[in-house]
Design a protein around this ligand. Structure first.
Ligand SMILES: Cc1ncc(COP(=O)(O)O)c(C=O)c1O
Length: 499
């Protein structure tokens, strides 16, 4: 506690001391405070509170320096040719591939690692090449990113059945009993695919990784979308062996963007059928012969020229995470998330009504640092999340709002029914978040979107305290002021425009 501190500082420090008493293991993560003050000092220099780690992580200054040093000091050409600059680049790409496999505790003997543009690119590769046939099934959790939902279009086009495994409220975990029944419905003689996220990008729920082996034992290939999980958790492909795992590297360490990966277990790889060929994917192709021979292994899935200059930065990023320790990151995120959940859940208007509704688990058991919520005024009316995001932005707090490309979890969390969703599609081509939200309000005042604060690599106590204080400022408010403009909190009508 500062000796001469203002009441504000004293209050802050007292809160921090209480936090440390509640979460003593946070004290073992001070390395991240040091990094925050050095590698990531731009955050505090600019007064930014970054709470969108599930959107994308932040990179350390030294990641950029190491990468630029490499680029400045070498002469690199397009890989996969015999000339010296190409060979030099090929060596870096293959070295990064090896490093990624190693990072996930596996090797090229068990998994094929395909570099993609992002997790969505990896998911699309699975969708278009999975051998769905009439009678086979695509089962996926309600809780999935749209790029996993989108695979259902490939499944349907090939005549496979599509089914969704529901979630249970209020925690938004998978309904395990129902899932078991759905898993039993597969014909193991056919190729069936079950997809779920290791961690939800909507609610932060960590779905049980034991489901991978369980589904496999019932005749399913399993797609584990690990994009939101691996930034703050370790994925050990020796102990959990999904047939497919998808990731985006910028979500893990912020830089580079534009590179993701698809990990495919060898037996599943042998079953995939690419629907086309492209430059870089064939050993031989002929125009007059009208035939082609695909390259073996990952090359047959890496269309055209890889983002080759950026790929060495993937190894640099992974080394950076390893130098901190993913378990340390996970522990810090757990402490901060636990404190934030407790604080938000105790916030009350003077009349006793809760200010915040959290979608997902109310504690840190089997959940990560993605905290999704909505705010309510003293009358229990929903606050417009778009205005809340604007207000947060004005205070330098980066949040994300909307449905986070995860409509299934959002529909369940917000109580939207199949009828609501069918009605929404009658809007036709004009359907968008604004018109949808309007319609849902007309249909009983349901929310159609939420506010997401996600905690990650270099979040500190001050960040989440500032976010908590920002939320606490809504206590007993019925109006919001952004700059010179005052809005009615619920209708968003402008009450006063002093601009
Ligand atoms: C769980 C999950 N899967 C897939 C994706 C898609 O990632 P990308 O946009 O990098 O393709 C995201 C992105 O937010 C995600 O959170």
């Amino acid at each position: 506690m500062t000796k001469s501190g203002s009441r504000e500082t004293m209050h802050v420090d007292a809160a921090y001391i209480r936090f440390l008493e509640q979460y003593p293991s946070y004290a073992n993560t001070t390395l991240l405070d040091t990094l925050r003050a050095t590698e990531y000092r731009r955050l505090d220099e600019q007064g930014q509170v970054y709470l969108d780690y599930t959107g994308g992580s932040l990179c350390a200054a030294s990641q950029l320096e190491k990468h630029f040093h490499l680029l400045r000091s070498g002469v690199f050409g397009n890989p996969h040719s015999a000339n010296p600059t190409s060979v030099a680049m090929t060596e870096h790409v293959e070295r990064a591939r090896h490093y990624v496999l190693n990072y996930f505790n596996t090797s090229a003997d068990d998994y094929v690692l395909i570099f993609t543009q992002n997790a969505s690119g990896a998911l699309k590769l699975i969708g278009e090449s999975f051998p769905f046939v009439p009678g086979s099934r695509y089962l996926l959790s309600f809780d999935n990113h749209n790029s996993v939902n989108g695979i259902r279009e490939f499944a349907r086009a090939k005549g496979a059945g599509v089914a969704y495994a529901p979630l249970v409220m209020p925690g938004l975990q998978l309904d395990l009993a129902r899932l078991e029944t759905l898993l039993d419905e597969a014909d193991p003689a056919l190729e069936n695919l079950f997809a779920f996220p290791a961690q939800s990008n909507f609610s932060g729920v960590k779905h049980p990784l034991g489901l991978v082996a369980k589904a496999q034992s019932k005749g399913w290939r399993v797609l584990l979308d690990a994009a939101a999980f691996v930034p703050t958790n370790s994925l050990d492909l020796k102990s959990v062996q999904p047939d497919f795992a998808t990731i985006s590297f910028y979500k893990m360490f912020g830089y580079p963007t534009g590179i993701g990966a698809l990990l495919v277990r060898r037996p599943a790889f042998a079953k995939l059928r690419r629907p086309w060929f492209a430059g870089g994917t064939v050993n031989f192709a002929s125009v007059q012969g009208q035939a082609h021979m695909l390259s073996p292994n990952e090359a047959s899935f890496e269309d055209g020229t890889l983002n080759y200059l950026s790929i060495p930065a993937v190894e640099i990023g992974l080394r950076h995470l390893q130098s901190i320790g993913i378990d340390k990151i996970a522990e810090r995120v757990r402490c901060l998330t636990g404190w934030l959940l407790d604080e938000l859940l105790t916030l009350r208007h003077i009349n006793g009504r809760a200010m915040v509704r959290i979608y997902g688990p109310a504690n840190t058991v089997e959940r990560g640092g993605t905290v999704t919520l909505n705010l309510y005024d003293p009358e229990g009316r929903l606050l417009d999340y778009r205005r809340v995001e604007e207000l947060a932005g004005a205070k330098g707090i980066s949040l994300r709002t909307g449905c986070f490309c995860n409509p299934g979890a959002g529909e369940i969390a917000e109580g939207l029914t199949e009828e609501d969703m069918r009605a929404a599609f009658t809007i036709g081509a004009d359907i968008n978040l604004a018109s949808f939200t309007r319609m849902m309000k007309e249909r009983g005042h349901k929310s159609a979107g939420a506010i997401r604060a996600s905690i990650g690599l270099v979040t500190n106590f001050n960040d989440i305290r500032r976010f908590r204080d920002f939320i606490a400022d809504f206590r007993d408010q019925t109006r919001l002021t952004i700059g010179d403009v005052t809005f009615d909190i619920e209708s968003c009508r402008i009450i006063r425009d002093g601009s």
